[in-house]
Write a protein that binds this ligand. Structure first.
Ligand SMILES: [Ca+2]
Ligand SMILES: [Ca+2]
Length: 384
C-alpha cells in the first residue's frame, strides 16, 4: 500500500531513516511522518461499538472517514459534531462496505436529537437513524453536504432535517423517511424531510420516499431560498397510525412553504398519493413555485392546491384526488396539465402501490415499478 504512485513520490522527500522504516513494514510510522506536517491529515477510523462511534464523531476533523461496522448502535447522547471538512478533505460517516447499520436513539434522554451535524462538507451514507425521542438526523447551516442512501424512521419528530441560514449546496439522495411521529405535538410536527427555518441556495432532494409520517412527507416551512425536489414520492402521510386521541398531523405530501416565505422552489417529476390533505401545496408560499410532470393520486383533498400564490404548473397529472384535481388562484400559470382544457388523462398501468414499497436497487435508486406510470412522454411523473 505504500508503493502507490502518489505515495511513492512523497517518499523521496523522506529521510533514509524513514525509508528504512517503510521498508521494515512500519506503515504507521510512515503515515505519521507524512501527515504530521502542514498537510491536512486524513484518517480512516473503523468502529464497531457505540463508544467508538461516539468518540469518532466527536473527534472527526477534515479528512476523517468513519466506517461503521454492521449492527445496531445505541448512543447515550446526540451524535454531534461542529467540525467542517473541505471540498477536497470531506468528513465521511458511512457503513463499512455493504453492511447494515442501525443507529438507534431509544436510549437517548427525552427531547434529544439522534444525530446533529453543524459543519460543512460532510458525506453521510448508507446508515439508518431510527427511534430517536426527537429528530432523527439534523444538519444545521451546513454547506456542501452529501446525504445519500439514508433511512430515517420511527423517530419522535421529523426524520431528516436541513435547517438554518447558510444551508447551501446540499444533496439529499435516496432518502427513505417513514413512520416519524411526535407524540408531544400529537403528530403536528414530524415530517419525512424538513427543510425549514433557514436559507441558502443549491439544495437538492432526489430519489426520496417519504411515507407514513404523522405530519407531511416534505415540508419547506420558512425556508426562504429555492429548493429543488425531483424524483421523489410522498405517500400515506397524515394518517393517525398511533392511536393518538388528540391527533393533529396535517398530511400534505409536499408542503412547499409557509410561515411567510415567498420563494420559487422547483418541483419536478415527483408523485404524491394517499395523503390525508393535498398532494402538493404552496401552503401560503406566494412565490413562483415551478411544478412540472408531477403526479397525484387518491389524496384526501386536492392533487394540487395553489390558491393564493404565483405558482407555475405544467404537464402535471392528478387522478382520483377526493377534493379535486387542482385548486388554483388567479395569479397561477397552468398549462398542459390534465385539468387544463383539451388535455387528456392517460390511464395508469397500475394502481397497486405494493411495488413502491419494494427494496431499492443496489445503488440505492428507487425500485422499478409500473405503479402510476402511463408511458406518456408529455405528462405526469415517470416514477423513477
Ligand atoms: Ca403540521
Ligand atoms: Ca409539517
Amino acid at each position: 500500500m505504500l508503493l502507490s504512485a502518489g505515495r511513492h513520490r512523497r517518499t523521496r522527500t523522506l529521510s533514509i531513516a524513514a525509508a528504512v522504516a517503510c521498508a521494515a513494514g512500519a506503515g504507521g510510522v510512515y503515515l505519521g511522518l507524512t501527515t504530521g506536517g502542514a498537510r491536512a491529515a486524513s484518517a480512516t477510523v473503523t468502529v464497531s461499538t457505540t463508544a467508538q462511534l461516539e468518540a469518532a464523531v466527536k473527534n472527526a476533523t477534515a479528512g476523517t472517514t468513519i466506517q461503521v461496522r454492521g449492527g445496531t448502535y445505541y448512543p447515550a447522547a446526540t451524535l454531534k459534531s461542529t467540525a467542517s471538512g473541505t471540498s477536497s478533505a470531506r468528513i465521511t460517516l458511512r457503513a463499512h462496505g455493504g453492511e447494515k447499520v442501525r443507529i438507534d436513539g431509544s436510549k437517548l434522554p427525552a427531547g434529544s436529537w439522534l444525530a446533529a451535524v453543524h459543519g460543512d462538507h460532510w458525506t453521510v451514507e448508507n446508515l439508518a437513524f431510527v427511534n430517536s425521542p426527537a429528530q432523527g438526523f439534523v444538519a444545521t447551516s451546513s454547506a456542501g453536504g452529501i446525504f445519500r442512501n439514508l433511512v430515517t424512521a420511527d423517530n419522535g419528530d421529523s426524520g431528516f432535517t436541513l435547517r438554518g441560514d447558510g444551508t447551501t449546496g446540499n444533496l439529499v439522495q435516496n432518502l427513505d423517511s417513514h413512520g416519524n411521529y411526535d407524540p408531544a405535538g400529537h403528530g403536528q410536527n414530524a415530517d419525512g424531510i424538513a427543510v425549514k427555518f433557514g436559507s441558502g441556495t443549491g439544495n437538492r432532494i432526489t430519489g426520496a420516499r417519504l411515507y407514513n409520517n404523522s405530519d407531511d412527507g416534505l415540508d419547506l416551512w420558512q425556508f426562504s431560498s429555492p429548493v429543488t425536489i425531483e424524483h421523489s414520492w410522498a405517500f400515506g402521510n397524515g394518517e393517525n397510525r398511533w392511536n393518538d386521541a388528540a391527533f393533529e398531523g396535517n398530511g400534505n405530501g409536499f408542503e412547499l412553504g409557509g410561515g411567510g416565505a415567498s420563494v420559487a422552489h422547483v418541483v419536478n417529476n415527483n408523485a404524491a398519493w394517499d395523503n390525508t390533505l393535498h398532494g402538493f401545496t404552496e401552503n401560503s408560499n406566494t412565490g413562483a413555485i415551478a411544478l412540472n410532470r408531477n403526479t397525484t393520486y387518491a389524496n384526501a383533498q386536492h392533487g394540487f392546491y395553489f390558491a393564493t400564490g404565483t405558482a407555475r404548473l405544467g404537464r402535471n397529472l392528478a387522478v382520483s384526488d377526493k377534493g379535486g384535481r387542482a385548486e388554483l388562484g388567479s395569479s397561477t400559470v397552468s398549462a398542459g396539465n390534465n385539468w387544463d382544457s383539451g388535455v387528456a388523462t392517460p390511464p395508469f398501468r397500475s394502481t397497486d402501490a405494493t411495488g413502491a414499497y419494494g427494496a431499492r436497487t443496489a445503488d440505492g435508486s428507487l425500485p422499478a415499478t409500473t405503479f402510476l406510470t402511463t408511458g406518456s412522454t408529455t405528462i405526469g411523473s415517470t416514477m423513477d
